[in-house]
Design a protein around this ligand. Structure first.
Ligand code: NZQ
Ligand code: ZN
Length: 389
């Protein structure tokens, strides 16, 4: 096991009606003026925005609201938020929504105190030294941004999707009420499920040895998702299934499953190029790319992939590890299809003739090699995109 520092300071307030606590929580964390940030309108329609604003008002918290964050969030909204926060002297950002709103909140939070262009943190890897406080009211279990220090933004010009991170960006609190997820369209629920599974698997497939605790925690999170996913798809108002999926999404990405081990993330990087080029939903892109990556890796590290197939999908073990591994990949694909996700370029709306462009952009953004389980060259990533066709 590698040395590690695990710092996860977020206060999670979980359960029915948890959002009524928002006003008190914002005060507890010392906010003077709050920007309430939200997306394309689901929180207006559901009445959640009004409930949160009422909670702030009842605690006499001063706030202003800004909506219109789009899925696969873009830089122009970040600039708008930074200008507004500076003008209004906002010192605290409350994101109501999913990864797109939370990631935009984090981008604004790091951009306000920075003299230069906030995008420098994404494309130049500059260290984040200060940021406004961010908190969340989560409405979709998926990206895990409610418990992570990461943010992913698309620069509209040139369609470049990049991420950055810092412990300073971990939300100070996240309110999580599973009832709020009842209104999710089935496709978004399914995409969220694929994303959280991917967050575990990016950490699970590692060359680090002696990490039984995080291996087993990862398997437990995956087994929970696999059990509860068909239930939430069939019964969208099943509270316990929604609650388990919601907490699994946080466990998948707050770092718990990755401590002490090298993480991979090449599938995420390959997917971000698909999201950037076609504006596809992140989880749908991952459902296409993860099985392709695994199929390719079965030639290089069949033992770890076979272990995953046996422990997570119940594939019978055997001497031929590659065959066992590939059965695990088939099980994953079947599972994604069963919850309505695409598993091929065609189903996703991606084009084979764009593969050269995808590879060029990917390595242009991420360097000669990506990932760590196997360091993937351009030749490797081209073959993996080809397998996804
Ligand atoms: O915009 P509104 O109207 O709110 O609708 C949203 C949006 O259309 C809708 N939605 C959310 N909650 C709802 C709801 N509709 C009905 N009822 C509800 N309760 O769902 C749609 C998708 O929302 P979005 O925030 O985009 O979803 P998600 O949480 O999947 O976030 C995806 C973004 O997060 C990034 C992805 O790349 C993508 O840009 N990621 C962020 C990460 C991080 N910060 O750590 C890690 C991830 O790997 C990921 O890359
Ligand atoms: Zn993800």
């Amino acid at each position: 096991m590698n040395n590690f520092v695990f710092y996860s300071p977020t206060e999670f307030v979980f359960g029915k009606d948890a959002e009524v606590m928002v006003g008190k929580l914002v005060k507890k964390y010392g906010a003077k003026k709050v920007l309430v940030l939200y997306g394309g309108g689901s929180v207006v329609k559901s009445g959640l925005l009004t409930r949160v604003e009422d909670s702030l008002t009842s605690e006499k918290v001063v706030y202003l609201s800004l909506g219109g964050v789009q899925p696969n969030p873009i830089d122009t909204k970040v600039y708008e938020g930074i200008d507004l926060c500076r003008k209004e002297k906002v010192d605290f950002i409350l994101a109501i929504g999913g990864g797109s709103v939370i990631d935009t909140a984090k981008a604004i939070a790091l951009g306000v105190p920075y003299q230069g262009n906030f995008w420098d943190f994404y494309n130049k890897g500059i260290k984040i030294e200060s940021a406004l406080k961010v908190a969340t009211v989560l409405t979709i279990p998926a990206a895990g941004s409610e418990g992570s220090g990461n943010t992913v933004i698309t620069k509209e010009e040139g369609s470049v999707k990049l991420g950055t991170g810092s412990p300073l960006l971990r939300p100070v609190f996240s309110v999580m009420n599973p009832l709020l997820t009842y209104t999710l369209p089935p496709f978004q629920t399914a995409c969220g499920i694929a994303d959280m599974m991917a967050h575990v698997m990016e950490r699970y497939f590692s060359n680090t040895e002696g990490v039984e605790i995080s291996n087993r925690l990862s398997e437990a999170v995956l087994l929970t998702i696999i059990k509860e996913a068909p239930v939430v798809m069939a019964e969208p108002i099943n509270y316990d299934a929604r609650a388990n999926i919601m907490w699994a999404g946080t466990m998948a990405h707050n770092g718990t499953c990755g401590v002490g081990r090298e993480e991979d993330w090449s599938t995420h990087f390959m997917e971000h190029e698909l999201s950037a080029l076609y504006n596809v939903t992140h989880g749908a892109g991952l459902a296409v790319m993860f099985p392709a990556w695994m199929t390719y890796l079965a030639d290089f590290n069949p033992d770890m992939l076979a272990q995953y197939a046996v422990r997570v999908w119940g594939v019978p073990d055997g001497a031929d590890k590659k065959t066992v591994a590939l059965k695990g990949v088939e099980a994953l694909k079947k599972f994604f299809s069963s919850i309505g996700l695409p598993v091929s370029f065609k189903e996703l709306g991606a084009k084979e003739e764009d593969i050269d462009e995808l590879v060029k952009r990917l390595h242009g953004h991420k360097g000669e090699t990506i990932g760590s389980f196997k360091k993937l060259t351009k030749e490797d990533t081209r073959k993996i995109y080809q397998l996804a066709v």
